[in-house]
Write a protein that binds this ligand. Sequence first.
Ligand SMILES: [Zn+2]
Length: 375
Amino acid sequence: MSRCFWLLVTVAAAFFITASSARIAAQQGARQQPAPGLAEGLQFLPVRGNIYVLQGAGANITVSIGRDGVLMVDSGLASMGDQVLAAIRRLQAQLDLREKPVGFGAETRSTVADRHIESPAKPIRYIINTHVHPDHVGANELLRRSGATFTGGNVAGNIADASEGAAILAHEAVLQRMTSGAEGATPAPADAQPTDTYYTDTMKLSHFFNGEGVQLIHQPSAHTDGDTLVWFRGSDVIAAGDLYSTTTYPIVDTKLGGSINGVVNGLNRILRLSIAEFRTEGGTLVVPGHGRLSDSADVAYYRDMVTIIRDRVQTMVAKGMTLEQVKAAKPTLDYDPRYGATSGPWTTDQFVEAAYVSLGGGKAAAPRASQGRSK
Ligand SMILES: [Zn+2]
């Protein structure tokens, strides 16, 4: 009896350990195994198919690497450009080793003689900017120019014709922000600016890239006024830019046209595009601007959090509360252990203030008084 019991326990425990460790190993293998030999601080995570995420260069950089070359979603910090380029080249070389090139035709060249000739790495063809912040567009210029140096083989040489470099795609608002030099800022250099913009709801690459369609989707007035979601339709991966983060409350840049309602709409849009693989797990994968790779359940929890806090602040704004009163009421309190911050680039107070301002808080005392009377 007792032996039977312990046998059952042992079998059950073994099954549990095997199942959970296999699952963890699979997750780690798939998501956390860095490609060996990368520049310090940078980490490539394989996502699915040709899609990888490069972390550690500012914002997450989603990269499609394959036979057509390289397409990047965002370029990272300017100071990390060289390292990002080196990391991409290294990953390309590793992938090339995996797929042995077919020998040349015997009538034109000797297969034997050419067997050890390495083909040049394919260039960076496209950089898609999700928005204008420097941790997303900082290395645009360097990486765009590298698009020509890859094929030209002269890394140090000047590129006489910049049109040979990578195309930079973004929403029109990104170009306007980069060229306007508003508030005394210097306009971005010409080679850092988008070469192709769109002003409609969505834009598609005109042809498959690395075996799949790539779609750009504009989300108005969300993190900024020029946000783009990038949807890799074959791999079913969405690069969300800073509309979605797993590490902080959403950054709502009200000075650049962002709003908390736009962020909620953007998260809902991601969820409308996403399909879970089993129950709420897996399926469409979402790359946040900062933080870890997610599935639609992660985005849904985050969307719920932002929606709940938005509703609380909206109610306080409707009551005519001042910003100080709203902060004192702590509308984020139950989420602060997970997303809150009192220091760093995006504090809880900044988030509450951005939510308050974008929901019309603090505007004109008279309408508030009339609202109060009507209740
Ligand atoms: Zn940003």
